[in-house]
Design a protein. Sequence first.
Length: 361
Amino acid sequence: MAKVHNFYAGPAILPEKAYKMTIDAIKNFAGTGIPIMSISHRSKQFGELMENTQKLLLELLDAPEGYSVLFLGGGASTQFGMVPMNFLKSKAFYLDTGRWASKAIDDAKLYGDVVVSSSKDKGYTYLPKDYTIPQDADYAHVTTNNTVVGTELKHDIDSPVPLIADMSSDFLSRPVDVSKYVLIYGGAQKNIGPAGVTFVVVKDDFAHEQLVKDRPIPNMLRYTTHVDKKSMYNTPAAMNIVGVYATLLWVKENGGLAAMEKRNEEKSQMLYDEIERNKLFVANIPDPEDRSRMNVTFVMKEEYKDLEAKFVEFAESRGMIGIKGHRSVGGFRASLYNALPLDSVKALVKVMQEFEKKYAK
């Protein structure tokens, strides 16, 4: 079979180590003779896996004392409601940078007033910059990467109130100052592991002290429940956590988050440079500062619009899988998560150049 280059936006490419360790665990987990899918989550071996995974993530993040790592279910979409349910007493600030941020805002409005700064007026093709976070907000919420349109907040903002971030699609792609956040969450299926587990990094004091006391909240939807039980309140997604642990080991073995950022900068710059040079294509995001390193979106120039479907077919025939843009945007999207090798980007650039030679006027 010809080489396949996986540019899917999620579930996405993971390190080979994640596949191998998960397959090995399915056959025989930690030398027990029992598949990971069948072992008790209360067993010594699984308890060690959970603890090691949590510790390794905090180590990679260089997180200060007083933070817990949780592995929950329900995806980031459940966190959209869980965050305001736990912490929104009267008012919150949300940065609306795209489809997923807007969904989080919808859920927050169920629990209180929401002050919004948005880039919806231009189809989310830029990041809001001239905004003021209210000093009396219970918290501020940002979504750091827009997988659909292709913008990314590549730094940790300063906030006068507790800061919460959905980092589903750029988590572990760069160093993060965890001390600036009280809670970071996301679906795992981009840079940290397989779909089916949700990561949460939460400041313990905040989870306990800022919990809305007079609101009935089911135990499963309280962060304090999971912090106090070290993410073992109920049966976790055991097999998925093997994949997470393996991915974290791979990140550490390959230089940590600083090395991931360098790797991702090189890949994304190579592709953006080709988009700028190529006669057929144009970047979807005008300002280079706002462009995502994780999800590079681009379209055909106006005079070549009729070639979009043909380019997808051309690219797929040469092993470029998952480059068709989101249905709401069109064009193309190449997702360059940590595990995607530089050779895959080089291969895509070559395909773009071949297509240009064939069709450019």
